[in-house]
Design a protein around this ligand. Structure first.
Ligand code: AP5
Ligand code: MG
Length: 222
């Protein structure tokens, strides 16, 4: 039986930070829809141009494109034992598409940790984020998690950069988009009895400990 974990939470809640730690601890791949789109945005062609513009604005990529891209990713061999989903699903339609896809394989979403924090804290985190140019799972924050040498990744020495959608305008818009489209997923998964609320206004280590405790039973089930 495979394990499907869906991380839910505001932009800046720490989904990417925690997914990278969970990947290390559980050995399941971290699948980030935002990361998949950022890879596409670096390419050439009409799809790349469209995705680049959507990302910069903070709007959502249309559901049909998103579902197709995530479905292809979770169908790869390395996802045979399951995945840690970060940023997908983000609309009820995407959640229903995921349920359908997994049901066809005799599987289902097992657990949905909801990283709960205030919008104010989320904005503070987004405002200071720096990302490694070699491996985007290496993430820093000017105040909360600074690199040892400014602008340089501690792990591989590569330069750090700020994401194009880390602007005050895009932050505000992403929070609005979340409220309207993604917040309903909290009830969607709560009604299924698989939502686990985690206080995300704490240290990275404290949140990680709770996440491990909540997810391990599903993973160890095999
Ligand atoms: P995506 O990349 O998913 O962005 P997001 O949801 O806005 O979330 P973030 O990556 O900004 O935040 P995070 O929760 O991962 O926090 P992080 O760990 O970085 O999506 C980007 C775009 O892609 C979307 O706007 C949309 O256009 C498109 N897209 C993606 N998925 C889509 C979908 N399903 N459908 C349609 N469109 C889609 O942490 C933030 C900062 O805080 C870091 O600096 C970190 O070091 C710091 N930090 C983390 N934890 C803590 C802590 N506990 N204490 C202090 N600081 C902390
Ligand atoms: Mg992220």
């Amino acid at each position: 039986m495979a394990t499907y974990i869906v991380l839910l939470g505001l932009p800046g809640a720490g989904k990417g930070t925690q997914a990278a730690l969970l990947q290390e601890a559980l050995g399941l791949p971290h699948v980030t829809s935002g990361g998949l789109f950022r890879e596409i945005a670096e390419q050439d062609g009409p799809l790349a141009d469209r995705v680049r513009a959507i990302l910069a604005s903070g709007d959502l990529v249309p559901d049909d494109i998103t579902i197709q891209i995530v479905e292809a990713r979770i169908s790869r061999d390395d996802a045979a034992n399951g995945v840690i989903l970060d940023g997908f699903p983000r609309t009820v339609l995407q959640a229903q598409a995921l349920d359908k896809l997994l049901a066809e394989r005799g599987e289902a979403v097992d657990i949905v940790p909801f990283l709960n924090l205030s919008e104010q804290e989320a904005l503070a985190r987004l405002g200071g984020r720096w990302v490694c140019s070699k491996d985007p799972s290496h993430m820093y924050h000017t105040r909360f998690n600074p690199p040892k040498t400014p602008s340089v990744c501690d792990i591989d020495g590569a330069p750090l950069f700020q994401r194009e959608d880390d602007t005050p305008e895009a932050h505000r818009h992403r929070l609005e988009v979340y409220r309207e489209n993604t917040q309903p997923l909290i009830d969607y998964y709560r009604d299924k009895g698989i939502l686990v609320e985690i206080d995300a206004e704490r240290s990275i280590e404290a949140i990680k400990a709770d996440l491990l405790a909540a997810t391990r039973p599903y993973y160890e089930r095999g």
